[in-house]
Design a protein around this ligand. Structure first.
Ligand code: F0G
Length: 461
């Protein structure tokens, strides 16, 4: 008999959520311009927009907040955070920021010069934005399987070393700012990189004097997948695997709103004190003094506690990823096209396969996310052509191979019954897919357009 796992926590406080009628939701989605980012949370029943900052903190984190030292300079809470990052991730230099993109901004500014190339394993929206803003050119070097939602490759986040070598050879190692290596690649569907690949990339880069900077935002989930899938790691703790990942890098940006179990915060971590000095010089202009960056003392207390808590036992990672897999497997059972294998932080619906009658220029994933919301009040997010934006040089739409709706699971927030409600809604919308029509822009922001764009449905022909 296979035995069930259950969450390694019990519920001490609850937050009521609203149940709306279909009529109310139809009005709300029109008001939001068919963009789930523009819905009011009061109009949302189960919120799977993101796993970012949506975590439920533990009683230990809440009580740690009371210990926050709000001194402007040299706060005790900062040194606790330095110690937690050092113990868990192994980096010596800590630059605290308000969230992940603050760290991406600083890293891009200190390492990228006009015309530099930044190879990476699939882009992330804010990461690439900062790389391009600093004058860099992002080159996608992820393995081809990552772009195929049906490929069962266990490590779809891997970097293709041949593609990386070609990108380096094209401009020469000195014009490569750094390799931007994301763990558990978000836009590929929450897909991990293998330890073998992480090591191979680091060795390749060391030989050529190129830095490897991780986006370690979801490195814990990546470490868990390595434990589950990579030979030789089955008896290792998730904590020790995480350390082995970071050992193969020169630094990392982290959005602490994910793995680290807090609602706000992030950091840039480095090994080289000289680089850290450059980052701190910018930090004081853009975020805050170097001993708080963009966080209050209590934020840093909650974060230091969250970082230790996420690796205290493997049970947290197991139940976190287990809940995502529960939802994904239920959808697979009912024949819903999803990105496989099921990723670490969410289930990604293959909108191109679900709505083949809507061409990519009419935003099938955006339309699907809106339809699911109207059906049940479940809020997901477009991760397709709208998120990909336009090429800054040509002004043309970037056309990603993946046209997805992400149902992202917040950590420690929803129960298995919530997951059942979500699955039933997606199944019902899929059964009635012919009624869904494409969309067109009524407002298109210049950059990071997915956050604030508005749409209207195209007339049915
Ligand atoms: N890197 C990755 C892989 C992310 O997923 C995010 C945020 C960031 C960096 C930026 O961090 O939001 O703290 O500034 N992802 C959120 C999401 C927004 O919903 O996927 P941030």
């Amino acid at each position: 008999m296979t035995r069930s796992w259950a969450e390694p926590w019990k519920i001490k406080m609850v937050e009521p959520i609203t149940v709306t009628t279909r009529d109310e939701r139809e009005r709300a989605i029109v008001d939001a311009g068919y963009n789930t980012f523009l819905l009011k949370s009061d109009d949302v029943y189960i919120d799977l927009l993101t796993d970012s900052g949506t975590t439920a903190m533990s009683d230990r984190q809440w009580s740690a907040m009371m210990l926050g030292d709000e001194s402007y300079a040299g706060a005790r809470s900062f040194y606790k955070l330095v110690a937690a990052v050092h113990d868990v991730y192994g980096y010596e230099e800590l630059i605290p920021t308000h969230q992940g993109r603050g760290a991406e901004h600083l890293l891009s500014q200190i390492l990228i010069e006009q015309g530099d190339v930044v190879p990476g394993n699939m882009y992330f929206t804010t990461t690439r934005y900062h790389q391009e803003r600093a004058g860099g050119r992002f080159v996608d070097v992820i393995i081809d399987e990552a772009h195929d939602p049906t490929s069962m490759h266990p490590f779809k986040g891997n970097i293709d070393i041949d593609k990386l070598a070609a990108a380096v050879d094209e401009v020469g190692a000195e014009r490569v700012a750094y390799v931007s290596f994301e763990t558990n690649v978000n836009l590929a569907g929450g897909q991990p990189a293998s330890m073998a690949n992480i090591k191979a990339v680091y060795a390749f880069c060391r030989e050529r004097g190129i830095l490897v900077m991780l986006d370690a935002t979801r490195a814990l989930e990546n470490a868990y997948f390595i434990q589950q899938r990579e030979g030789g790691y089955e008896d290792r703790s998730v904590a020790s695997i995480l350390r082995e990942i970071t050992e193969n890098s020169d630094g990392a940006t982290v959005s602490s709103k994910k793995d680290n179990l807090v609602n706000i915060g992030g950091f840039l971590a480095l090994r080289d004190p000289e680089l850290a000095r450059k980052a701190r010089a910018l930090l004081v202009a853009f975020e805050g003094l170097h001993t708080y960056g963009g966080m209050s003392g209590r934020d840093m207390e909650a974060l230091a506690t969250g970082i230790r808590e996420m690796v205290a036992t493997d049970d947290h990672a197991r139940s976190r990823v287990g809940q995502v897999e529960y939802l994904g497997n239920k959808l697979i059972k009912y024949g819903i096209p999803v990105v496989k294998p099921i990723g670490g932080h969410g289930v990604f619906l293959d909108a191109a396969a679900m709505l083949p009658h809507i061409p990519q220029d009419q935003f099938p994933a955006q339309a699907l996310a809106a339809a699911i919301y109207v059906d049940s009040g479940v809020r997901g997010m477009e991760r397709g052509i709208v998120s990909a934006g336009r090429d800054p040089e040509t002004g043309e739409n970037r056309r990603p191979k993946l046209e997805l709706v992400r149902l992202t699971i917040p950590r420690r927030v929803y129960t298995q019954s919530h997951m059942d409600v979500v699955a039933e809604s997606v199944i019902e919308v899929y059964e009635q897919r012919d009624a869904i029509t494409g969309l067109r822009f009524t407002y298109e922001p210049e950059s990071l357009r997915f956050f604030q764009a508005t749409f209207e449905p195209l007339p049915t022909t």
